[in-house]
Design a protein around this ligand. Sequence first.
Ligand code: 8GP
Length: 829
Amino acid sequence: EFGEGKGKAERIFGFMDVFLENDPLSLQKDILDHVEFTVAKSRFNFDDFEAYQALAHSVRDRLIERWHDTQIIFSKKDPKRLYFLSLEFLMGRSLSNSVINLGVRDQFADALSQLGFEFEVLAEQEGDACLGNGGLARLSACQMDSLATLDYPAIGYGLRYQYGLFRQIILDGFQHEQPDYWLNFGNPWEIERVHITYPVKFYGTVTDEVLNQEKYKVWVPGEMVEAVAYDNPIPGYGTRNTIVLRLWAAKPSDQHNMEAYNTGDYVDAVVNRQKAESISSILYPDDRSYQGKELQLKQQYFFVSASVQDIIRRFKDSHKNFDEFPEKVALQLNDTHPSLAIVEVMRVLLDEEHLGWNKAWDIICKIFSFTTHTVSPEAPVKIPVDLLGSLLPRHLQIIYDINFHFVEKLKKMIGLDYDRLTRMSIVEEGAVKNIRMANLSIICSHTVNGVSRLHSELLKTKLFKDFYELWPHKFQYKTNGVTQRRWIVVSNPSLCALISKWLGTEAWIRDIDLLIGLKDHADNAELHQQWKMVKKVNKIRLAEYIEAMNGLKVSLDAMFDVHTKRVHEYKRQLLNILGIIHRYDCIKSMNQNDRKKVVPRVCVMGGKAAPGYEMAKKIIKLFHVVAEKINNDNDIGDLLKLVFIPDYNVSVAELVIPGADLSQHLSTAGHEASGTSSMKFLMNGCLLLATEDGSTIEMIEEIGQDNMFLFGAKVDEVPALREKGPALKVPLQFLRVVRMIREGHFGFKDYFQSLCDKIECENDYFLLGADFASYLEAQAAADKAFVDEERWTKMSILSAAGSGKFSSDRTIQQYAENTWGIQPCRCPF
Ligand code: 8GP
């Protein structure tokens, strides 16, 4: 095979390539070379962490080799490329995923064991790359994996934050945040490109100049920083294709303020220069709202400007005429955070390429597509005009021009309907004038995508109704998906082996539709036995982690009931806690005989609250006080145990998800745009207890409602329930558990009053009271199913078998075909 590859390389490239060998001896030599020359330790004396570093560098060499080959093919064939712009990527760890996608996992494990190291142990040395908040950020990471695997010519662009998402620590049950200085121990997965840098301008003034009798705008900046590229190779699975995620870091620019050096204040000048680095230093830790801060806007423009310069440079390397730009370039806006890219491309085409308004606008309308990830009417990002005008004066002018042309056109289409014109304008008038980034994105993109079918309906009928009525053809949706490479193959090796055995092939790792084949064996006793064994192995792994973290021993016979996601009122972790209190209360009142019928549960919760989100932080504290009481109640024993997993992140999720029997997805219907953790649980054969929200609705179609525990108001019932307000009848059990908290049954009485008021005296916006009875029924149904082991196992097999639709491979293929118009371009060996 190796000789074949070499021959092909010669035919394709016309030169003899040298491939890195993957036999154990060559791998050992590579690892030891890196120990000696990269890590600079003696090859006779190095510890686990040093071994991990050397291993990571050996893997990186192989990634770089493939990436170069991929680049050669892309340059030669010059396909239309996708540029995926996202301010957040939640990549997690890279080692295990890389060796699996490269197909060298076993070879490396063999090589290491001969050197006296265990692959799994070294893999634990790696820290997580947490350059994102939650769903949107992890989705971007899954989508990069699928883009590489499906051979699409794509590049991801983002920011290389020095501080990723804060580390959550829990002290006395309260969340505290600590900085995540993830680069402290180096990052072997990135390649610093000292020669790929671009100047990024801020502030200053705009002047008019005349060139060849034409008037042009010239932006004279007041500040300059330099963007430096850091490349992170992303390997595809079952292909040689390896693409790149290019993250920008801010560095001081030599042109920053030369004057200062000359005026003699050398030390101050250097210190000021250094401030430039703060632009890419920190990820904003809120997963919902935009704070309209200057630094946040600077970050957005910094990343957009560097990416656009890079894209245009690449295009101009092999094309002379901008007419071809839309045939070669697709730009994807991952939510509104990168939307300044629209204005930046327009500025370059007008002021630097001198194309003229009509031509430039025509290009803009063909290259941008926009995906929104929220349903919240408060979430749309607004930038105060004053802020934008001071930081990016030329961009504000261009936005006004785009808006002027748009409003003029709109008047011709809809007449002088001022209410509607006001709603649709990019500029929001009022005491503070704002730029509405969603309106800008919709107006300038050829396609607007939602992230599930329900989400898309809500966009069309509520959030963006005016725009949908104007341009129905722009609106599409692509239901989210997750990559089975990370969420089964890496995180659940036992299940991966079992699935391959029963399907008789590993092809499902690239072609997830094959999973449905498990359905044929859903009643097979032998599979049941093995399926249960796999779950047990994963529960043991999780139980060991819980014991190490919390010192709590949990029973493997209990149902592992998991609720992990960012903490939010709309995600209703509070509903879960109220349900737990109710369960505890019921057990307490039972006699010993009845207690024998209770299904023991280990209730696991995990997730971070935004540092400024007080109610979310109270919910975390409430879980802890309830846990304290119940876990220390010897009368209850193993019937109910509560565990909070601190600092939930990608690598913790890889451990928790495979070990879950049941997982909860409780958002009030109409609030979760899609939800993606449910997809990971489903693939791992975990049963879902959920509301009919986001992508769950599509899961019901795939898995069947008999294989899930559904509850709660449906999306069209929610408005009427809200309307009723205090007149809404809530069950007595609900009032009782709220009273227990209020009266200090779990302590911290005063601290929880506001939380109780919100769901009892105020309008209970997220309808906990209204959904409580049906939530308890769904929980009872889960208990009933769990005691019937064979029924439960069958439901579990059917959940995994029906999860194929929720692979990001399907999502990406739909984007490629229906939104971006790109084709696979495969490295031929
Ligand atoms: C999330 C949605 O809440 C979730 O339903 C969806 O599955 C996920 O995006 C991926 O589409 N939204 C966000 O994470 C989000 O809006 N984050 C922005 C503030 C950064």
